[in-house]
Design a protein around this ligand. Structure first.
Ligand SMILES: C[S@@+](CC[C@H](N)C(=O)[O-])C[C@H]1O[C@@H](n2cnc3c(N)ncnc32)[C@H](O)[C@@H]1O
Length: 229
């Protein structure tokens, strides 16, 4: 999944991420999750000035968009607060932070929202503040470490690349063995580990690249389980 950050003047200096986001992105409720406002990219945002044009090492600005996997998971958590109430939650591959924000709104005791993109970490902080909830934004790849000290891991739209999907699946299996509950939200990306997924809910939501007016497609919330032999 690559997004078009637009524009192409490489000579312009990069800017401070927090100031850039506040000045150039619009605050808008997430489709299907109107309880949550997010700094959102629009055609005039000129995101390339912040993130470059996708050259080697530059992360696409996934955090700037609303993904079906995150929205379906956030919707489910807000509709079923008992899922997270009183729990320590990790939002893995948090992007905008929409899932972690939903978890805090629904009564989680704490949320860590982790992402490998430093701009995402800035955006998560800004989005959490917009929604008046405390979320600890963490930079890093937790999939290369041991299971974290949380009760529940929420994974929105993280199975879009084969090597990433394999790594995330192996990590989640370790977390499951450590008795951590795991929920996955996904619109049916190519590299979903179906053998580990038990559907628990389905909602029609729009995906990145689809306007809010476009017909919404079903996306699924899964419980991540050990695969049967
Ligand atoms: C498609 S976006 C989904 C964002 C959010 N979960 C949602 O559903 O709206 C995927 C996000 O995962 C992040 N990511 C990719 N690999 C990661 C990893 N190993 N650990 C943490 N975050 C990762 C990307 O930077 C990006 O922000």
């Amino acid at each position: 999944m690559k997004t078009d950050a637009g524009g192409c003047d490489k000579s312009e200096p990069r800017v401070d991420a927090a100031s850039f986001i506040a000045a150039n992105m619009v605050i808008a409720p997430a489709p299907s999750v109107p309880e949550i406002n997010l700094y959102t990219a629009h055609p005039g945002s000129g995101l390339w000035r912040l993130v470059g044009r996708g050259e080697a090492g530059e992360e696409p600005p996934y955090w700037a968009y609303r993904w079906a996997g995150g929205m379906v998971l956030a919707r489910y958590i807000l509709d079923h607060p008992e899922t997270v109430s009183g729990k320590r939650v990790l939002d893995l591959g948090a992007g905008s932070g929409i899932v972690g924000i939903a978890a805090m709104k629904a009564g989680a005791t704490s949320v860590v929202a982790a992402d490998i993109d430093e701009n995402a970490v800035i955006a998560i902080g800004l989005n959490a503040a917009l929604n008046h909830v405390p979320v600890e934004a963490m930079l890093g790849d937790l999939t290369i470490g041991p299971p974290p000290a949380v009760d529940l891991i929420a994974v929105g739209d993280l199975f879009y690349e084969p090597s990433l999907a394999l790594r995330v699946t192996a990590f989640l299996r370790q977390c499951l063995a450590a008795r951590i509950q795991i929920l996955v939200g996904d619109p049916g990306r190519a590299f979903l580990p179906h053998a580990h997924l038990l559907p628990v809910a389905e909602y029609p939501v729009s995906d990145f690249g689809e306007g809010d007016a476009i017909e919404r497609k079903p996306s699924v919330v899964f419980s991540f389980i050990e695969a049967e032999e």
